[in-house]
Design a protein around this ligand. Structure first.
Ligand code: FES
Length: 66
């Protein structure tokens, strides 16, 4: 699903950015150019990043428990 239409950035790319260490919308701006044009995606991008970070943390916990 496209999160940022202006820059054609998908939720998958945001999840990958989170796995690579992105923690803030500023990180997404720097790495993927999310929200650098109209800015209408900022709120959705933040939610997607938060979800991606939580997923990454859960994956790490599962690895530790395995
Ligand atoms: S939709 Fe992301 S900058 Fe316009």
């Amino acid at each position: 699903m496209y999160v940022c239409v202006c820059q054609a950035v998908t939720d998958r790319e945001i999840h990958q950015a989170a796995r690579n260490g992105a923690k803030t919308l500023g990180d997404l701006r720097r790495d993927l150019r999310v929200s650098v044009d109209c800015g209408r995606c900022a709120s959705c991008a933040r939610k997607c990043l938060k979800s991606a970070i939580q997923d990454s943390q859960e994956d790490l916990q599962l690895l530790v428990l395995a």
